[in-house]
Ligand binder design. Structure first.
Ligand code: BGP
Length: 467
């Protein structure tokens, strides 16, 4: 549909930026922090681990100054559970908690809304060694961790996100399960327990801070059928339900998505549900939805001939197919990043419309961005026109989604500053701020705003009128 004029971004729109603790903070064992599963990560030769990352832990004040200079209205960060409660379930580490207290104070002092993710891929190692999310004890530990966060930060943090990309942790579990990748029944049990843990945190926040908001932050994307062959349409519907809607249906409606449940039964991985779980899930209602969006996917019907899964390597945005479920397909209308992720700005609009249509809740884009091999030029500047172009196109589509009636409350590109990618090291950069370090050599760790920083500053200043 053509509009005579797109609606303006609403007043108070949360122009933001995102990071996550283990990818940005470094200081992996400072001030009483114990390891998380990410600290066991053994990268391939030539790729950095997460031990120093962008050393945000020791540059926090300087980094928040830069956020203020950029004009950010919101900053989405995650709290490292093993910094706050080093073994996940025991004593609170005051020094670790104090870091987040100082961060939140600095943000509030600059009128930047803190958006805190409680868990972003970095389970405390001690919990992992005791069975991790497959164990009900981890639900109790999470509820207690939630109580500590709400008690100590809840007066200033009014936007919470429970779990980052629960769906990615089920479908691409390698990076979160060092030593052993669990089988599907265990992964779906982990997922069920995460649903229950999120529901408990949601109810707790509503009880303790009725003025605060909380929601999940899955990785959601529209899935296209490879053709108008009805069998491709069924495959796309199935995969969208299994990969995406299941995670929002449980969070918002309190029940499993029927297509996803049929899949779990067929695969023998339907989780064990304890008495009282479904009542709890039905009671805990999110106030808004986070959405991490990078790329759409296109799928064809499975043939169930032993070749539905492509033999090449993939990751969280590359759909490789699953035997008897769907086949990954190419989309000739779209291009890809140098890391093989599809670029689909219009797909963002489609995704937002679908979420809004299903759940009718406000949406915050909690991640979206372009990973690239940025270079610090001899003039001391990072020229990243490709990132500006990528974000501009996505912002335009977000504006059209708003015009379509989507209640979009903010947009937090990934990432505020360069940080360590989940599995592709420091070479794959996303930030508005370049960090002077290499893959293995640490460099000066100086913070250098990129061209995209200056561009985004203008976007924020004009509330999206100047892109
Ligand atoms: C999301 C994760 C982030 C982030 C981003 C980019 O799936 O929530 O933690 O890293 O993807 O992915 P990558 O780092 O693999 O390039």
């Amino acid at each position: 549909m053509f509009y005579k004029q797109a609606k303006a971004f609403p007043d108070g729109f949360l122009w933001g930026a995102s990071t996550s603790s283990y990818q940005v903070e470094g200081a992996w064992n400072a001030d009483g922090k114990c390891p998380s599963v990410q600290d066991l990560h053994e990268p391939p030769a030539g790729i950095t681990d997460f031990k120093v990352a962008s050393d945000h832990y020791h540059h926090m004040e300087e980094d928040v100054e830069l956020m203020a200079e950029l004009g950010l209205k919101a900053y989405r960060f995650s709290v490292s559970w093993s910094r706050v409660i080093p073994d996940g379930a025991g004593k609170v580490n005051e020094a670790g908690l104090a870091f987040y207290g100082r961060l939140v104070d600095a943000l509030v002092a600059h009128d930047i809304v803190p958006v805190a993710t409680m868990f972003h891929f970095d389970l405390p190692l001690a919990l992992h060694e005791n069975g991790g999310w497959a164990e009900r004890a981890t639900i109790d530990a999470f509820e207690r961790y939630a109580r500590v966060l709400f008690e100590r930060l809840g007066d200033r943090v009014k936007h919470w996100l429970t779990i980052n990309e629960q769906n990615v942790m089920v479908i691409h579990p390698g990076a979160m399960n060092p030593g052993r990748v669990p089988d599907q029944p265990e992964l779906y049990q982990q997922s069920h327990n995460m649903f229950v843990a999120s529901a408990k945190a949601t109810l707790l926040l509503h009880e303790m801070w009725p003025d605060a908001k909380i929601g999940p932050a899955p990785n959601i994307t529209a899935i296209y059928p490879a053709s108008c062959d009805p069998r491709d349409v069924i495959a796309a519907d199935n995969w969208e339900a299994i990969r995406c809607w299941n995670y929002l249906d449980v969070a918002c409606f309190g029940h499993y998505n029927p297509l996803a449940w049929a899949y779990m039964e067929e695969k023998g991985c339907a989780p064990r549900i304890e008495p009282g779980d479904m009542e709890l899930l039905a009671k805990a209602k999110p106030d808004y939805l986070g959405c991490n969006y990078y790329a759409t996917a296109t799928v064809a019907a499975a043939k169930n001939d032993g070749h539905d899964r492509a033999p090449r390597a993939g990751d969280q945005q590359v759909m490789l197919g699953e035997e008897g479920v769907y086949r990954g397909a190419e989309n000739s209308s779209l291009t890809k990043t140098e890391y093989g992720w599809i670029i689909d700005a219009v797909g963002l609009r489609t995704t937002l419309r679908r979420i809004a249509g299903r759940y009718g809740l406000p949406i915050l884009i909690t991640e979206n961005g372009l990973g690239a091999k940025d270079v610090l030029e001899t003039d001391g500047i990072v020229h990243d026109p490709y990132r500006i172009d990528y974000l501009r196109r996505h912002f335009e589509q977000a504006q059209l989604a708003i015009t379509d009636g989507v209640d979009l409350i903010g947009y937090c590109p990934w990432s505020f500053m360069d940080l360590v990618s989940t599995h592709q090291g420091y070479g794959k950069r996303y930030g508005f701020v370049y960090i002077d370090r290499g893959e293995e050599e640490l460099g000066s760790l100086a913070r250098i705003p990129k061209d995209s920083f200056r561009w985004y500053k203008g976007v924020i200043r004009s509330n999206g009128a100047e892109m």
